[in-house]
Design a binder for this molecule. Structure first.
Ligand code: GLN
Length: 251
């Protein structure tokens, strides 16, 4: 059987990379290699076109308002390609600043409106008080009850459209806006979230889910079922992070 190639398009790695979000890419690389997947990672920067179908997984990390302002117009111009790609079954992971700009718009703390890519049906506006700390979520979209543990640090309040699907329920932490009880957003195989950590080293099940969805896009078939890996260290990291979030208490 020939090897499956998964093509990752990493959007703006030079601008959106706060909290070592590159750790998420390292997890994709390690877990793909362990499953015999061929990973091709390419940076997508300012001025580079996004052609639907050319990537199986898009990744965009977090950044402060300043970095977001530098790339927002360019990302909005890539919106059509991204939306078309995701509607065609490509996977995506958008974290924090990248998550905000995968929505329709972000009103920053200076009152400026940054346009978004329009992948997720949501809008964000910056509030006065930053929402900072460890977070624990419950998610059920894989058909199993799962948890996600991470760290949030955002001034943005994200409001989902009425029928939009969140990523998970907040067990502890602020989540999208500190009020709704929900965190993140999902559209097709695209996931947006405020969770840093980086996210994937503490939550390898999400890395595997995204890689399997990306592999399905690559082959045009069903998502492969991966053999489990020895995730003892990852489980410990998750437990530490989840315990910190619980100690912080509810919202
Ligand atoms: N600038 C955004 C906010 O503070 C995102 C911050 C981040 O990516 N950590 O809401």
């Amino acid at each position: 059987m020939s090897r499956i190639t998964v093509r990752i398009g990493h959007l703006y790695p030079d601008y959106l990379n706060i909290y070592a979000d590159r750790g998420n890419m390292a997890v994709f690389e390690r877990r793909a290699a362990a499953r015999g997947l061929e990973l091709e990672v390419s940076a997508i920067g300012i001025g580079d076109p996004v052609k639907a179908g050319a990537h199986d997984l898009y990744y965009v990390g977090g950044g402060q308002d300043r970095e977001q302002a530098l790339i927002a117009d360019d990302l909005a111009a890539k919106g059509e390609g991204l939306r078309e790609g995701i509607a065609g079954g490509a996977a995506a992971l958008a974290v924090c600043g990248g998550y905000q700009l995968f929505g329709r718009r972000y009103r920053d703390r200076y009152g400026g409106d940054l346009p978004g890519a329009g992948v997720f049906p949501l809008e964000t506006h910056a509030g006065e008080r930053r929402m900072i700390g460890d977070v624990l979520l419950e998610c059920s979209f894989t058909g199993e009850e799962r948890t996600l543990a991470g760290f949030e640090n955002h001034a943005g309040r994200t409001v989902l459209d009425e029928r939009a699907e969140p990523l998970g329920r907040v067990v502890a932490g602020f989540g999208n806006d500190g009020r709704s009880g929900y965190e993140g957003c999902r559209v097709g195989r695209a996931v947006g979230t405020y969770l840093h950590g980086p996210l994937l080293p503490r939550n390898p099940w999400l890395a595997d889910w995204l890689l399997a969805q990306a592999a399905a896009h690559s082959t045009g078939g069903e998502p492969p079922v991966f053999e489990p890996l020895d995730d003892e260290l990852e489980a410990r990291a998750h437990a530490v992070s989840a315990a910190r979030a619980k100690a912080r208490g509810g919202r």
